[in-house]
Ligand binder design. Sequence first.
Ligand code: GAP
Length: 456
Amino acid sequence: MKATMDKLVNLCKGRGIIFPGSEIYGGMGNTWDYGPVGVEIKNNLKRAWWKRFVQESDNSFGVDAAILMNSRVWDASGHTTSFTDPKMDCKNCKTRHRADNLIEAHSKGAVNPDTMTNEEMEAYIKEHHVVCPKCGKSDFTPIRTFNLMFETSRGVTEEGQNVVYLRPETAQGEFVNFLNVQRTTRAKVPFGIGQIGKAFRNEITPGNFIFRTIEFEQMEHQWFCKEGTDAKYYEEFKKKAWDFLVDLGFDPEHLRFKDHDKLAHYAKSACDIQYLFPIGWSELNGIHNRTNYDLSRHAEFSGKAMDYLDPVTNEKYIPYVIEYSIGADRLMLAALTEAYDEETLDGGDTRVVMHFHPAVAAYKVAVLPLQKSLGDKAREVYKKLSKSFMCAYDEAGSIGKRYRRQDEIGTPYCVTVDFDTANDNTVTLRDRDSMEQIRLNIDDVAAYVGEKIKFD
Ligand code: GAP
């Protein structure tokens, strides 16, 4: 892998993939805007996920729940009390840090702060003279816990306002709709609910580009099953999550499972799939056996029974849940990292090429007239092909430069319209990875490319 974070950030900014958020105002920390190319790539990743986890599963159903939920949801889920980070301020340079991150960085990953109490973390930082990454001094305030939920208020008058939260995860929208989905689909346990949507967290630590942002998208899937079958489904979802990544083109050498050292009090088992990001091995997604904690808590806090009645055995129970959760933006960063390559060509030139899975690439085909005078014919071809998939059109600069521009955003095929096109209705189709060219009839291009861009 030759991708560094700087190279990716520069490429993304220069090629319309991702821009710094609110850039003309000097930006806003940990926010990013997807550009014309980036929005296509991200949508394609979401489409691939939805296809695999909702569309192709005969017993999974989608929802799109509200971002703003009744605040009691977050009391029930435990977020109002426990969704906190342990923060410390550097007394010298006044910067704010997460104690767990300081320890992880200081020990180069050898010490796992997840298993430590706040007091233990404070003691470790003092004892090992852990320094502030900004100013190098070791003089911190005691740890204070900091709730990561963004708060806003609902109501017309100051007095009548109620606190509401921007959801910090999409999962609760799936839990609170468990019975709605079950009733309206007549689904039998086991079944799944999937959702893709925005989540918000008031993260205080540096984001590492789109790795950790304050606004991001999650793709979450809850599998509701009977206690006793949960361990089997936990393993199945681990495999499904892994296969999804490998099928998207990830090298298994760049992926690994990591069991959680400290389980949440309600979890029976939990692991992450880590990816070898430019910042090192880090969490890409999580798989959790959440037992029947979430549905039980919602039953308790809402007063509504969350039981499932088995139509065959007449048994009533609250299902267990296997959760699979992955950030769309984090997957985007992983896909960018995995795709990035710098190649030395035969003549000694180098090219940057993004080897995205064709299903993920923003544009499937770029239509390029060999010369500007062939523009009318080329636009005709563009019009025809863009009925089937996203296409780019480029007539500016030498053909070599145009190929390079498409390589840099990962367009799998370039169709060149030349002087023969008008006579024999054929075009040249260039493959991004092999750079080989074949001659095809215009009428056959959509079917040829359509086959190659499938995600199965
Ligand atoms: N419902 C479970 C849940 O939200 P999580 O581990 O907090 O679990 C799941 O988040 C996934 O969401 C992570 O594996 C990561 O891919 C993504 N994610 C979490 N926080 C994020 C952030 N601040 N920015 C970008 N992605 C994030």
